[in-house]
Design a protein. Structure first.
Length: 252
């Protein structure tokens, strides 16, 4: 069984490790022993835990999960030449990874929070020699897509990486709307969750515009509600959200 070494022990590292633990041995490297122990407890299996200072990455498969602001500091604490370094850091370029870490190959990956339930939408780019291995590795936590450039993965970060937060806002707002009209909170949340579950399956095979037209009959309830969304500039707000998130990704 191959070993995957995580540098960093935050929520994203834990989410990915949960998806990979059945196929790979897990090693986690961090600054604090107590946090490493907590990581192991949350993962629910015994793992190899190491402290960051002086850790040797020679010939290891590394998944880098630290905060983007800590890249330079973390790089100074590692030794050796990794086989491949996968980075899940938003906005951190391949050039910056080359500057701060030593590895034979580098790949950027952008999973999202759904990695913890095996349903991430992970986009990747980097050394094409590792394309197939990268797609196979991250397919353990959901869907994957290889992109041709770093610009594209920064855009994808705004869409799939940040997207769960946007959809959570919409989900909460829809449930609140139902409560406002008189539906009990528990019922509203249960119905909203069922809505998202079914919609997630439908959207896999149907273009959004066709799906919308199929629901919206002339003069009906959907048309009335849809008109209110357009009046509230929901479409424009979503487009602007992606633009601002993408710009922020390029600034990190």
């Amino acid at each position: 069984m191959k070993t995957i070494t995580f540098i960093g022990n935050g929520n994203m590292a834990l989410s990915i490790a949960k998806g990979l633990q059945d196929e790979y041995a897990i090693q986690v490297v961090g600054r604090n022993q107590e946090k490493l122990d907590a990581f192991e407890n949350n993962l629910g299996i015994k793992i190899e835990k190491k402290l960051l200072d002086g850790f040797d990455i020679t010939n290891k498969i590394i998944i880098l999960c630290v905060k983007p602001a800590n890249v330079e500091e973390v790089g100074t604490k590692l030794q050796g030449d990794a086989a491949v370094l996968y980075s899940v850091l938003a906005g951190t370029t391949l050039e910056k990874l080359h500057t701060n870490f030593t590895a034979k190959s580098y790949v950027r990956a952008m999973p999202n929070l759904a990695a913890s339930v095996g349903a991430s939408m992970t986009t990747l780019t980097g050394d094409t020699a590792y394309k197939e291995e990268a797609l196979m590795l991250f397919s353990a936590i959901g869907s994957t897509r290889w992109l041709a450039s770093e610009k594209e993965i920064d855009i994808a970060t705004a869409l799939a990486g940040s997207g769960p937060a946007y959809l959570a806002l919409i989900a909460e707002a829809l449930a609140d709307g139902a409560v406002k009209q008189g539906l009990k909170r528990d019922d509203a949340l249960a119905i909203m969750r069922g809505l998202f579950d079914g919609f997630g399956k439908l959207i896999q095979d149907v273009h959004p515009a066709i799906l919308k037209d199929g629901v919206m009959s002339p003069g009906g309830t959907t048309a009335a509600g849809y008109s209110a969304l357009e009046e509230g500039n929901v479409r424009s707000a979503c487009i602007n959200a992606l633009e601002k998130a993408y710009k922020r990704a390029t600034e990190l």
